[in-house]
Design a protein around this ligand. Structure first.
Ligand code: SF4
Ligand code: SF4
Length: 343
């Protein structure tokens, strides 16, 4: 057993937004000067394929891990889980204001199927939209370092994957990576700069399952007619063919009775993984997954699925395929209670 430093990973924004890049660089510069943490720079978390060297790097981190990314905390956590990067949930105090849970609000009971073995370390996640001030992130990192002080880990027990040293070295020298990225942006990059940078990623769109909520009811696999979902050896639902998912289609997230399906890049916070859906004023839970013009969640899902079927040259199926009549359950009761409160 040994003490282990906190590894901080900054996952970069998509595109070249200068404000976002500056924030990433300011946090990176401050943390590189902090001997209490190891810091690395990675491409956008959601866009990295499972075999990307950045994912391999994340799998190789042996101790406590903090991932900062341009996604809601829940979306970061379950995107990591999908890549088998796991740990106990570390507490984060710095939060995106769309992602605040009302402590007094009644939350739906969680009865998920997420009973997988979790390594004995903590994983912290922070949404980089939580603040525009790098100093606030640095203070939060220092708080986490204090929380981790004295924690001990069996270092080798859960290192996964077999990343090569060459792959890992890209992430161990973020200063060089930053320099190479700037050269690429300026059009002055040479071959050594290109080698210092991670493999390219493209923008992706696929569902991520929150297994603390998922009950394995299989409604998503019945509803999706594009072969995205499958089951593992234990008949547990999983996202099997992520690239079969139709860009911009969040239909199955509207059908899932447990709100367990996250589309991290969707514009609606609840679908993108925000945790504050029962916090009242901001979001009406009964309309949460429905349309802006009052369509129910199921109506929206059917419209979205039909649109994608027609774009694929297939026939629309409406409500005739893959929809189960749900029994009234506690979740519906909770929605009624919230309606009665007239948020
Ligand atoms: S519909 Fe939701 S709860 Fe049911 S299996 Fe799919 S993700 Fe899990
Ligand atoms: S969003 Fe649409 S295409 Fe993608 S998994 Fe869900 S139903 Fe299938």
């Amino acid at each position: 057993m040994a003490d282990k430093k906190l590894t901080v990973v900054i996952c970069q924004a998509q595109g070249r937004n200068p404000v976002k890049r500056q924030l990433e660089e300011d946090i990176l510069a401050a943390l590189m000067a902090d001997s209490d943490v190891d810091v690395s720079l990675l491409p956008h978390l959601y866009d990295m394929p499972q075999n990307h060297s950045g994912m391999e790097f994340l799998r190789s981190v042996p101790g406590p891990l903090l991932v900062l990314g341009w996604l809601y905390e829940r979306a970061i956590r379950w995107t990591l889980d999908r890549a088998e990067i796991r740990g106990h949930e570390g507490e984060t105090l710095l939060k995106n204001e769309d992602d605040q849970v009302d402590e007094d609000a009644e939350m739906p009971e969680l009865h998920g199927i997420g009973a997988v073995e979790v390594p004995d370390r903590r994983i912290y996640c922070i949404d980089l939209r939580a603040s525009g001030d790098a100093e606030e992130f640095v203070e939060e990192v220092q708080r986490m370092v204090s929380a981790e002080h004295g924690s001990a880990f069996d270092l080798m027990s859960f290192i996964q994957g077999t990343p090569s040293e060459e792959q890992l070295s890209r992430y161990l020298n973020p200063e060089r990576q930053l320099e190479a990225r700037k050269a690429l942006d300026n059009g002055t990059a040479n071959s050594s700069d290109r080698e210092a940078l991670p493999e390219d990623t493209r923008r992706r769109w696929y569902p991520v399952i929150d297994y603390t909520r998922c009950t394995n009811c299989m409604e998503c696999i019945d509803f999706c007619l594009f072969g995205v979902y499958g089951v593992d050896a234990l008949d547990r639902i999983l996202v099997e063919e992520q690239d079969n998912c139709k860009k911009g289609c969040p239909a199955c997230s509207r059908v899932c009775p447990e709100n367990a399906i996250i589309f991290p890049q969707h514009k609606t916070p609840a679908i993108a993984g925000a945790d504050g859906e029962v916090s009242g004023v901001k979001i009406d839970l009964s309309k949460l997954f429905g349309g802006d013009d009052g369509e129910s969640a199921i109506e929206m899902a059917v419209l979205e699925r039909d649109r994608e079927l027609v774009l694929d040259g297939r026939d629309a199926v409406g409500t005739s395929v893959g929809l189960k009549q749900r029994d009234r359950d506690e979740f519906d009761d909770l929605m009624d209670d919230l309606d009665a409160l007239e948020f």
